[in-house]
Design a protein around this ligand. Structure first.
Ligand SMILES: O=C(O)CCC(=O)C(=O)O
Ligand SMILES: [Fe+2]
Length: 302
């Protein structure tokens, strides 16, 4: 039947493995992660959080509602929302040009509990690859591809932290996730990393791909609440706000041989408006960290 052919063509069971291979092997992110793990020198290294390891996500309290409101106010002061990512109109918010503001946002989000969860998962120090303060206005149509079920393209060795800056009860939005077992069932269908417009936003559609019922999980969305997750393996979706704009601070996190403050000071943060989402090779991070010999070794190992 014609529709069946159409349905099957958009599924590609080998695609997710090819995406992971490209990032982890060809672009060196797996070897880079191993290098960072060897360099880890914390006196009391935190252990991995069992929920994060098992499900691929965890809810956390990053900061107080007052701190979240204060940061949002600081971002909005004198700024109008603009596009945040080159070549797309899918993401709008407040562009963080100022290093001091970037450091303040990261320091507030990376509270001791959040820091321990991240470092414990990586088994290494970590850095802020990029951060965004996004504004999503209410709307009935999905604003962007992030508001359809998906995984983010990238190496499995990365985490995302979303901190909700205004209260979910004000705007009605949030984020939903499928736990690891359900995410793997969807991945096995070949759904992941297909063309963005082919993504589904209905949970029933997702269950069809998984071949079984799936139960999405939603973290609390109070101001200052956060969710930490594995974006390239855990199937997730943004939930459109219905009543007011939703403001969120998102941090993309990668392992690092140096603590995040040091890495930030050395210029590893990318601005998605001028730079590609991913480095051509993970060794670029070591070059930015002024570790050229280790970078050369990593490129040689690729
Ligand atoms: O905005 C959200 O709630 C989720 C967006 C998303 O897909 C992501 O940050 O990877
Ligand atoms: Fe995503």
């Amino acid at each position: 039947m014609k529709w069946r052919k159409y349905f099957e063509r958009r599924l590609d069971r080998g695609r997710a493995a090819r995406v992971y291979h490209e990032f982890e092997c060809t672009r060196g992110y797996a070897a880079y992660h191993a290098f960072c793990q060897q360099a880890w020198a914390r006196e009391r290294p935190p252990t991995p959080d069992r929920g994060l390891v098992h499900d691929g996500y965890m809810a956390l309290d990053a900061m107080s509602p007052a701190a979240a409101a204060g940061l949002l106010e600081r971002c909005r002061r004198g700024a109008t929302p603009e596009y945040l990512k080159k070549d797309t109109r899918n993401l709008r918010g407040f562009r963080v040009r100022d290093e001091e503001l970037a450091e303040a946002l990261a320091a507030a989000a990376l509270s001791p509990a959040v820091d321990a969860a991240i470092a414990g998962w990586f088994g290494a120090e970590y850095l802020v690859h990029w951060l965004t303060v996004s504004e999503t206005p209410p709307g009935s149509a999905p604003a962007s591809v992030s508001f359809r079920w998906h995984c983010d393209r990238g190496p499995r060795q990365h985490l995302k932290l979303i901190v909700y800056l205004n209260d979910g009860s004000e705007h009605g939005g949030g984020t939903a996730f499928l736990a690891r077992a359900d995410s793997l069932a969807v991945a096995a269908s070949g759904y992941l990393f297909g063309r963005a417009k082919r993504r589904t936003y209905a949970v029933d559609g997702l269950a069809e791909y998984a071949g079984r019922p799936v139960t999405p999980w939603q973290p609390p969305t109070g101001a200052g609440a956060a969710v930490l997750f594995e974006p390239s393996t855990i199937v997730h979706v943004g939930i459109m706000p219905t009543r007011a704009p939703r403001y969120a601070l998102t941090l993309c996190l990668l392992p690092s041989p140096l603590p995040w403050r040091e890495a930030l000071a050395r210029g590893t943060r990318s601005d998605l408006m001028d730079e590609d989402l991913w480095h051509g090779h993970a060794a670029e991070l070591l070059e930015r960290l002024a570790m050229p010999e280790d970078a050369a070794r990593l490129r040689g190992a690729a």
